[in-house]
Design a protein around this ligand. Structure first.
Ligand SMILES: [Zn+2]
Length: 215
């Protein structure tokens, strides 16, 4: 890699021992620490990209200097990502960072569920919360109740992070029988292939009018 943006050079060199950028990057590793800021409000301390929701900590192995960066910079500049003491190939590094994203999304959903249960302690919400913790996904029915109540209570959440299970015939029947407005509410949480299934059941994707915030 020969082409480093000037701002990246300016940020990495003062914190590194080597004074060529590619050698400087060899000193840095992903420090296995992340922060979910819950809103896209942060800046990458390497490339200065704005609107980051997630920060990943990288550390200089020679002098202990640290930077909070976006995961894209870790991959782009091939900052060392390790697993069980082994430096990962770029492809495996990407896989590992993706797993970390999945984990953070799961944690964000759990946090939203905790908040909604704290606000409205009903049996169905408590059960949905327990179900998510156990299975890492919601049935279509649970998904509707959870996303609806989160919306009603204006609890900050990302609908696309919630995973919905359509594995069993019962879950599919759930979705097939669901009212259109309910399907539209859970639509953002459905994967592309689940949306195809929903359409096979006769459902239609929400139009812009359906999804416009009703304020
Ligand atoms: Zn960056």
């Amino acid at each position: 890699m020969s082409n480093f943006p000037q701002r990246v050079r300016d940020n990495i060199l003062p914190l590194s021992e080597n004074q060529t950028v590619s050698e400087a990057f060899d000193e840095w590793v992903f420090a296995e620490e992340t922060i979910d800021h819950e809103q896209p409000v942060e800046v990458c301390q390497l490339c200065q990209q704005e609107d980051l929701r997630y920060h990943f900590l990288i550390e200089n192995e020679l002098n202990g200097n640290q930077l909070w960066v976006g995961s894209q910079c870790i991959l782009r500049f091939e900052v060392g990502v390790f697993e069980e003491g082994r430096k990962l190939s770029p492809k495996d590094a990407k896989r590992k960072l993706n797993q970390i994203y999945q984990r953070m999304r799961f944690d964000a959903c759990i946090k939203a569920l905790e908040r909604v249960v704290a606000t409205e302690n009903t049996e169905i919400l408590t059960n949905a919360w327990a179900y998510y913790r156990k299975n890492g996904n919601l049935t279509p029915k649970y998904a509707f109740v959870v996303l609806w109540r989160l919306q009603v209570h204006k609890i900050d959440h990302s609908p696309t992070f919630f995973k919905i299970s359509l594995k069993t015939a019962r879950h599919q029947a759930n979705l097939a029988d669901m009212d259109r407005s309910r399907v539209h509410l859970i639509w953002p949480a459905l994967t592309t292939s689940q949306r195809v299934i929903a359409q096979k059941f006769g459902h239609t994707p929400p139009t812009e009018q359906d999804t416009a915030p009703s304020s």
